[in-house]
Design a protein around this ligand. Structure first.
Ligand SMILES: Cc1cc2nc3c(=O)[nH]c(=O)nc-3n(C[C@H](O)[C@H](O)[C@H](O)COP(=O)(O)OP(=O)(O)OC[C@H]3O[C@@H](n4cnc5c(N)ncnc54)[C@H](O)[C@@H]3O)c2cc1C
Length: 414
């Protein structure tokens, strides 16, 4: 079968890889000059299989006013005259109910643990270099109540297959000496030994290389998809400036642009861009960057050592604007310097911002549509790198009409 994948971020490329490995003829189209240049470019690098609980939680509601109004808040909201923003927010508030949030966590955990097993198999089977490391994750809490809440979440997740431990401040420092400057402020931490890190852009580039060189997939760059052409109830072609690309099946994995491509077909996706920021800090000799992946839960900032760099990422701006705000990058730099004063050469750090394509509940949208040859793989939000392998494998299995390894019904388009 000839399958056309629309979008070459981590999600589209992983989909193309599994489809090509299955023996399909694959063509991937992307408007950029290469793969992984948008939301997948300089993300937090976390393969965060046990930290998939969605942003939409009951605990966020009482904190919303302070979170949204404080100047240096991790979460920022700018209201717009944009009905998509308000529809998304209303659905987000509905998803904050306790039973919805618990169910979402259960579904996302099943997908993330499945993704982990696939990624581990991929690393074993293929020659692929993306600064991948299993270094474990330590989530630090200054706020005692938040730490207690995290321990309750840990107990809930233990029943779902997560192995985590609660540690006091001393035990946190013994595990990761680089956090010593924070020790006196800490209430404690949750340690998850089985978490991984890697460079998402490098992963995407490497997987595209394997898909092309080993499994024969074709990658077409500079190809802006304008619309999907429908004939006889099926998608007949992806229309680009260079002409129509015909195929037997199409997978939409175009991140935020998936909404605009699908809308004329009556396939309505509720995605909103949650803007985030990152710094890539070169490590200098004698640095004391953390070897374990660290999350500062109070500031919602993650730290991952990727080869000779420290990747610092955080913030969720619900503003609708794709423009980077230099004050947010400066805030991230200040927070990183305060947490890890000798974490690297902050003066040479490269700043970046990207838009997480997010559904209100935090669950991606995977699988079939009312068009028999049109498939979706999008909406992974803050977890695209973590969920990429599982999401792609499930979609590839559906296209091949193989029974998927997980129940896909929780991820169907509403
Ligand atoms: C600051 C930040 C930190 C993050 N940290 C993590 C993390 O630590 N761990 C994790 O798991 N996730 C993380 N994420 C989330 C993750 O990066 C995203 O979920 C993921 O990159 C989304 O991938 P995607 O392929 O869906 O979208 P993208 O990477 O945006 O890919 C979409 C592709 O479609 C192409 N495209 C769009 N429209 C068209 C068109 N009309 N024609 C042709 N091509 C088109 C684009 O060029 C692009 O290449 C983070 C995100 C941000 C912003």
């Amino acid at each position: 079968m000839h399958v056309c994948v629309l979008g070459g971020g981590v999600i589209g490329v992983t989909t193309a890889y599994y489809l090509a490995r299955d023996g399909h003829r694959v063509t991937l189209l992307d408007r950029r000059e290469g793969v992984g240049l948008e939301a997948s470019f300089a993300n937090g690098g976390q393969l965060s299989y046990s930290y998939v609980a969605p942003l939409a939680q009951p605990s966020i509601l009482p904190n919303l006013p302070s979170l949204l109004l404080a100047r240096d808040s991790a979460l920022r909201f700018a209201p717009r005259l944009d009905c998509l923003q308000w529809r998304w927010l209303l659905a987000f508030l509905r998803a904050c109910r306790k039973e919805v949030a618990s169910q979402t966590t259960t579904h996302l955990l099943a997908l993330s643990l499945y993704s982990r097993s696939l990624l581990h198999a991929l690393v074993r089977e293929e020659s692929i270099d993306f600064d991948y490391k299993r270094n474990g994750k330590l989530v630090l809490f200054r706020d005692r109540q938040a730490f207690e809440q995290a321990q309750r979440q840990m107990e809930f997740q233990a029943a779902l297959g997560c192995e985590q431990q609660a540690l006091g401040p001393m035990a946190c420092t013994t595990l990761e000496p680089a956090i010593e400057p924070l020790r006196t402020e800490l209430a404690g931490g949750i340690y998850t030994p089985s978490e991984d890190v890697g460079d998402c852009h490098q992963f995407t580039v490497e997987l595209a290389r394997l898909a092309r060189e080993k499994y024969g997939a074709e990658f077409v760059y500079g190809s802006q998809i304008q619309q999907l052409h429908v004939a006889n109830g099926r998608v007949a072609a992806a229309r680009t400036q260079q002409g129509d690309v015909e195929a037997d099946a199409f997978v939409v994995a175009a991140g935020m642009s998936s909404v605009r491509l699908l809308d004329p077909l009556g396939v309505k996706l509720l995605l909103y861009p949650l803007k985030g920021y990152s710094l890539t800090v070169p490590l200098d000799p004698g640095h004391s960057a953390p070897g374990v992946s660290v999350t500062d839960a109070d500031n919602k900032v993650v730290y991952a050592k990727l080869g000779e760099r420290l990747r610092v990422a955080g913030m969720i701006d619900i503003t609708g604007s794709p423009k980077a705000d230099p004050r947010r990058l400066e805030l991230l730099r200040r927070q990183a310097r305060a947490a890890f004063p000798r974490g690297g050469d902050y003066n040479r750090a490269e700043g970046w911002s990207g838009q997480r394509p997010a559904t209100p509940s935090g669950k991606p949208v995977l699988g079939s549509t009312p068009y028999s040859n049109l498939w979706l793989n999008t909406g992974q939000g803050a977890l695209g790198f973590t969920l990429a392998c599982g999401s792609a494998r499930l979609v590839a299995d559906s296209i091949a009409q193989r029974p998927p390894s997980l129940d896909m019904s929780p991820f169907r388009q509403a």
